[in-house]
Write a protein that binds this ligand. Structure first.
Ligand code: SAH
Ligand code: SF4
Ligand code: F3S
Length: 436
């Protein structure tokens, strides 16, 4: 068995793709390895979203070069592939800058890896596959042989929204939804393998359009699968938060009361400059409607601070939006200039120290809200789906409907099952409880 090491950066969609690449290479005799030491093939599945993410790739290639040389000295060969969004955005540059890299493959072309590996063995050189034959990719994937209790399932890919700060429309290509029957078939297969929760993935997952099937209808179809207990989806865009999806949170018992709905900013001027095409109050209204449909809805979001031109008043509007909504958790980032995006060319870039101060203030508020949300569960009894063993002897880790991790003393056979757990206390990032 040859050893394959895959390192994943970036979003859940990359995690899904990494697993699919491993599936594709299994028939070629590659088995998973959890270290690059001695690996016969290493795939870096990269992310281009912020400058730091993209830079990591080149330093990682530098480290791998040594391992590759060692492997060659011992008479072996380590194939090094760069996949993902950096490969898509900077494929030619990687080929020019990093001769240690043997293969470069974009997020819509990785189904061609087996063929590329064969060609590389025959001819050498630097095959580069970075086009967008999205329809072709999903048809060419091979069935997976294993799954966790919670499994990712990509249903939609790409983005046509062109927020002015974002590289995704350029790295993932145009919006494209998978055929609902193919999604349902993959879902049944994952449930047969033991998955109890599915997380539907898409860059704009709530824009899902499977030839008349909306995301709400897809969730309805999925809910009919016996053995599937929980359905989640991510990431959504406020503009696509349709009435039927909001109603599904009331009517579909398997759809969890949890939504990641990035808003980015609470300032209308900044939202406009970002090309988000909605105002802060539109977002507030969506949240009201969601909470009317499902009062215990837990909300999470993404924020960017220091977008070009963001004033103190704009930032304060973001803080006010956070206070008004109340988030269960959230991600926040300093604006990072991305080559080729419209915002990178704007003249009024925000100074680094101002960005840092704003990020700190926002994160302090969001952390406080997270702790308040977690604390509000103490004393309650919640259905927890157990996913894996915990760090302590006899302990399992599961998740509440609101995605909070819970540590409980539980027999191992409860993995994959739901039990009512009384929540007793909180530590920094998780809850602890006991079965009732
Ligand atoms: N499709 C999702 C987001 C994908 S990127 C959506 O529309 O919300 C994940 C998050 O990264 C974004 O929500 C945004 O908050 C952040 N992000 C994207 N580009 C960024 C940039 N140039 N600088 C800083 N953060 C960025
Ligand atoms: Fe990027 Fe905007 Fe598309 Fe999300 S909606 S992926 S932030 S361009
Ligand atoms: Fe990163 Fe590409 Fe995902 S840029 S966030 S890996 S879509």
């Amino acid at each position: 068995m040859k050893k394959l090491f895959v390192k994943t950066y970036g979003c859940q969609m990359n995690a899904y793709d990494s697993a699919r690449m491993a599936d594709l290479l299994a028939p070629l005799g590659y088995g998973p390895s959890d270290t690059p030491d001695g690996a016969d093939m290493v795939i870096l599945n990269t992310c281009h979203i912020r400058e730091k993410a993209a830079e990591k790739v080149y330093s990682e290639i530098g480290r791998l070069r040594t391992l590759k040389a060692q492997k060659a000295e011992s008479g072996g060969q380590m194939l090094l592939a760069v996949a993902g969004c950096v490969a898509q955005a900077e494929g030619e540059e990687i080929v020019a800058r990093a001769p240690a890299v043997d293969l470069v493959v974009g997020p819509q072309s990785y189904h061609r890896l087996p063929e590329m590996i064969a060609r590389f063995a025959r001819d050498g050189g630097h095959p580069l596959a970075a086009d967008f034959p999205a329809l072709e990719k999903f048809d060419a994937l091979v069935e997976t042989k294993e799954t966790g209790i919670s499994a990712f399932l990509t249903v939609q890919e790409g983005c046509d929204k062109f927020c002015t700060f974002c590289v995704v429309p350029y790295t993932r290509g145009p919006e494209h939804s998978r055929d609902p029957e193919a999604v349902l078939a993959e879902a049944r297969h994952l449930v047969d393998l033991g998955a109890r929760e599915l997380v539907l993935l898409g860059q704009n997952v709530n824009a899902y359009d499977g030839g008349g099937w909306t995301l709400a209808r897809l969730c309805e179809g999925l809910a009919r699968i016996d053995g599937l207990e929980r359905i989640r989806y991510t990431t959504s865009h406020p503009r696509d938060m349709s009435d039927d999806l909001i109603a599904a949170h009331r009517d579909n018992d398997k759809l969890m009361p949890y939504l990641h709905l990035p808003v980015q900013s609470g300032s209308d001027a900044v939202l406009e400059a970002m090309n988000r095409k909605h105002a802060a109050d539109d977002y507030r209204r969506i949240i009201e409607r969601l909470r009317a449909a499902r009062p215990d809805m837990a909300l999470t979001s993404d924020f960017i601070v220091g977008f070009p031109g963001e004033s103190d008043a704009d930032f304060e509007a973001t803080m006010q939006l956070v206070r008004d909504v109340g988030f269960a958790t959230a991600f926040s980032f300093k604006y990072s200039k991305r080559p080729g995006t419209p915002a990178a060319a704007l003249r009024k870039q925000v100074a680094e120290d101002v960005k840092s101060a704003r990020l700190e203030a926002l994160q302090a508020l969001l952390t406080r809200q997270q702790h308040e949300f977690d604390d509000s569960q103490i004393g309650r009894t919640l259905p927890v789906l157990f996913e894996k063993p915990g760090r302590d002897e006899g302990q399992l880790v599961g998740r509440t409907p609101y995605l909070q991790p819970v540590h409980v003393q539980m027999p191992a056979e409860m993995i994959g099952r739901i039990a009512d757990i009384r929540i007793e206390r909180r530590t920094a990032n998780s809850l602890h409880g006991s079965p009732i």
